[in-house]
Design a protein around this ligand. Structure first.
Ligand SMILES: Cc1cc2nc3c(=O)[nH]c(=O)nc-3n(C[C@H](O)[C@H](O)[C@H](O)COP(=O)(O)OP(=O)(O)OC[C@H]3O[C@@H](n4cnc5c(N)ncnc54)[C@H](O)[C@@H]3O)c2cc1C
Length: 299
């Protein structure tokens, strides 16, 4: 295949563009927004990057490979995208998902340690451990600067010869044709629709996709939470995750439960006050001094 149009320049589309452009394929990327826009699933401040995936060996290996590739992109672009602050998983029982992850990580030689709850207290400025069986610490996991990462990937694809167009695209009858909202048509040997949550609206006859909103809270934790090395964290059983204060955005706490339905193309609403309450209830349990911290931002 000599030429490809990739619609959608989130992390998936941008990664593919980077990869194919380096192989010498003529790549045209199309996105309705600037790469890294916060309305895309890949946009915004940060994402956790970690290898724990329970007993799933493929996801574990794939995440490890992603870490290597991000390092390569950082070196090529001369920018820091991944902050290797570690990720701590709060395990509520000895034989759950975290224990399975430890086994899978060990099999693949990926650094990970099982910490007694009291030992894990050294990782954070504060940590409530009364409900924990142990903590799985992945020291080489961390936080990816999401918006910067997607922009850098797209920029590296362009550096290798790809083109970037800003337009709304839609399929145009035949499989390798794309119509843009400015009237142009793009043709290539292949078209990849890497449109994330918009795929359901574009191809409703082929797939049914339910898209929901998810709220993020950023709290002012003070200097202790902004120090380098505060790990990202996940409480899988209680469905919440977060990070330290990276780049001055505040301490992130994000309840990981499905919110109400929200169409991908809808305007982003303000957060539901119930999400802030859920985040604060969790902080009171896990990081008590943060429970009353001022909310710096939310979305
Ligand atoms: C709140 C939240 C937190 C998350 N946290 C993590 C995490 O910590 N770690 C992790 O690994 N993953 C996390 N994820 C998942 C991860 O972010 C997503 O899986 C990933 O970003 C999906 O990327 P994508 O490229 O498929 O989609 P998107 O980033 O949504 O990209 C799709 C792109 O297609 C474009 N597009 C759509 N339709 C059209 C059209 N018709 N014409 C032109 N352009 C179009 C959009 O503008 C968009 O830029 C999280 C996701 C969310 C929402």
């Amino acid at each position: 295949m000599d030429s490809v149009v990739i619609v959608g320049v989130g992390v998936m589309g941008a990664s593919l563009a980077w990869w194919l452009a380096r192989e010498g394929v003529r790549v045209t990327m199309v996105d309705q927004f600037e790469p890294g826009d916060r309305r895309a699933s890949s946009g915004g401040e940060s994402r956790l990057i970690r290898c724990s995936h329970g007993s799933d060996a493929d996801y574990t290996a794939s995440a490890r490979r992603a870490r290597e590739l991000w390092r390569q992109i950082e070196a090529d672009a001369g920018t820091e995208l991944m902050v290797e602050c570690g990720v701590a998983w709060f395990a509520h029982r000895e034989d759950g998902w975290e224990a399975e992850s430890l086994t899978t990580l060990a099999r693949q030689g990926i650094p990970a340690e099982r910490l007694e709850p009291e030992e894990a207290m050294k990782l954070f400025p504060s940590l409530g451990v009364s409900d924990l069986a142990f903590v799985l610490h992945e020291p080489e996991a961390g936080v990816l600067r999401a918006e910067r990462a997607v922009r850098t990937l797209a920029g590296q694809a362009v550096a290798h010869g790809a083109r970037l167009e800003q337009a709304v695209a839609r399929p145009d009858g035949e499989s390798a044709l794309v119509a843009l909202d400015d009237g142009r048509r793009l043709e290539a040997d292949g078209v990849v629709w890497a449109c994330g949550p918009w795929l359901g609206e574009l191809f409703d006859e082929h797939l049914s996709l339910r898209t929901t909103r998810q709220d993020l809270c950023f709290f002012d934790g003070g200097p202790a939470w902004a120090k380098p090395g505060v790990p990202g964290w996940v409480d899988f059983d209680l469905a919440i995750y977060g990070t330290g204060d990276l780049d001055g955005h505040g301490v992130k706490a994000a309840p990981d439960t499905d919110g109400p339905d929200l169409a991908a193309s809808a305007a982003l609403p303000g957060i539901d006050p119930a999400s802030e309450r859920a985040a604060r209830d969790y902080l009171a349990l896990r990081f008590p001094p943060l429970a009353r911290a001022p909310l710096r931002s939310s979305r």
